[in-house]
Ligand binder design. Structure first.
Ligand code: ATP
Ligand code: MG
Length: 422
């Protein structure tokens, strides 16, 4: 083993890879024998411990008291990252929480490699923030500082789709122009790159023709699906008495209830007081009562989890029964894949627009692309692949490992950058 690693901190899943003695790279098993672990941190206030990954999610969903934090990558770069929360008798920020998570991953990898890891290539999306370069730089600087504080002496970054390209390149038999598509939980990223067999060089700037990214991916699809299917059952869109005429129940509660990092704020006393007064003015009181129960039982994460699972299962089935028994006995909603496709249609169009922008930026024609390489969990959605494939009818379609290609590529990159010096 070597002292370098590649770390893919994802919105939904994370991986870390290390170098082999023979020059190859491999991903470290982080969750059982699986290399991808959920990017989740549960602060168990009863046991007074931090629990990471799927175990943390399960603990929380099974009712252990505490706070579950997910999709922290979406907060990177925003001022929210430094907001302090009172946990275990001290004030800590999301940056601190992220640092605990990365320390956990680093320690697992060091145990696996049986040595201290001192050099790291960290993955990053093409844009952490689509619109603000300051936030974007801030996000990368925050990650770098955390990595250095954890003891990494050398820290560098690689775009996630370029890392995925390096993994794919290991298997190419002839030179080709490839479009790399990495769609995860938080971002959709695209690279057009010239790939060659037996490539060993670290600097690929001449081969990379274009990188583009957009902040629309899996968690946004989940939110849309929830707002359309579950939130109306909790009163969204229903009417209440206003001061002069009937008005719709305020929608902000439902938006917060479908967003990972705003969800927790709903469990405060103020929200409950507001929702109770809405209940008093509402025409469909039984719906608002469900919302009150959700807030009382802190069951928002259950909804997020159930909706995400439904979305995933819709990739293999035409319809799925979304079971909401945990809200009320026998409550469920039948969700059709067609409906899912419909609710994400405008988001999908924005993603396709970004693919076209990538082609334009590269200065090539669609017909010049020889291969499309897919990675990231959201590329499992059939409508997405169908629409992208149709834009490049002549290209060979390659389905990469959805959850491992980026982490492995970052490790290959680390090998090239640091392998000869340590
Ligand atoms: N079968 C599936 N169908 C549709 N979506 C899926 C499927 N499997 C996983 N996903 C979604 O893929 C996303 C996670 O993918 P991935 O692990 O590649 O993201 P990530 O690397 O953590 O995020 P990012 O790279 O954006 O930071 C989640 O939104 C998840 O719900
Ligand atoms: Mg990813």
């Amino acid at each position: 083993m070597h002292a370098f690693c590649g770390l893919d901190f994802g919105t939904s899943n994370s991986t870390i890879g290390v170098g082999r003695e023979n020059g190859g790279s491999l991903l470290v098993p982080l969750e059982g024998d699986k290399p991808a672990m959920r990017s989740a941190i549960f602060c168990d206030t009863e046991q007074k411990e931090w629990v990471f990954g799927q175990k943390g999610i399960d603990g929380y969903l099974e009712g252990a008291p505490g706070r579950l934090m997910m999709a922290l990558k979406s907060v990177l770069g925003s001022p929210l990252m430094e907001d302090k929360t009172y946990i275990f008798n001290e004030y800590i920020s999301y940056s601190d929480v992220l640092s605990y998570f990365m320390r956990h991953v680093k320690m697992k990898a060091e145990k696996f490699a049986d040595m201290e890891l001192t050099h790291v290539v960290l993955g990053r999306p093409v844009h952490f923030d689509d619109n603000d370069l300051t936030n974007d730089n801030h996000a990368q600087n925050t990650l770098e500082k955390i990595a250095r504080d954890l003891g990494f002496k050398e820290v560098s970054f690689q775009y996630e789709p370029i890392a995925a390209a390096m993994t794919y390149e290991m298997s190419v038999k002839a030179e080709q122009l490839a479009l790399i598509i990495d769609m995860g939980g938080g971002t959709s990223d695209f690279t057009i790159i010239r790939l060659r067999p037996n490539m060993k060089t670290a600097d690929r700037s001449d081969d990379v023709l274009a990188n583009c990214g957009i902040h629309i991916a899996g968690t946004d699809f989940d939110q849309r699906l929830s707002l359309k299917t579950v939130m109306p059952l909790l009163g969204m869109g229903s009417l209440m008495k206003g001061s002069s005429s009937d008005i719709e129940v305020p929608s902000m509660f439902y938006h917060d209830l479908t967003t990972w990092h705003t969800l927790h704020n709903l469990y405060g006393v103020n929200t409950m007081t507001n929702v109770r007064s809405i209940h008093a003015m509402a025409y469909e009181k039984q719906l608002i009562s469900r919302l009150i129960d959700i807030l009382k039982n802190r069951a928002g994460h259950h909804i997020l989890d159930a909706v995400e699972t439904t979305k995933q299962r819709l990739s293999d089935a035409a319809e799925i029964l979304l079971d909401l028994d945990f809200i009320e006995n026998d409550l469920s909603v039948l969700v059709q894949r067609e409906l899912f496709n419909h609710v994400i249609e405008d988001q999908l169009q924005n993603i396709l627009k970004t693919v076209n922008e990538t082609v334009a930026l590269a200065g090539v024609k669609h017909a010049d692309i020889n291969a499309i390489f897919y990675t990231g969990g959201s590329t499992r959605i059939p409508a997405i692949r169908e629409k992208i494939n149709a834009m490049f009818p002549q290209a060979t379609v390659v389905q990469g490992d959805a959850f491992g290609s980026v982490g492995l590529g970052l490790t290959i990159d680390a090998q090239r950058k640091y392998g000869s010096s340590i």
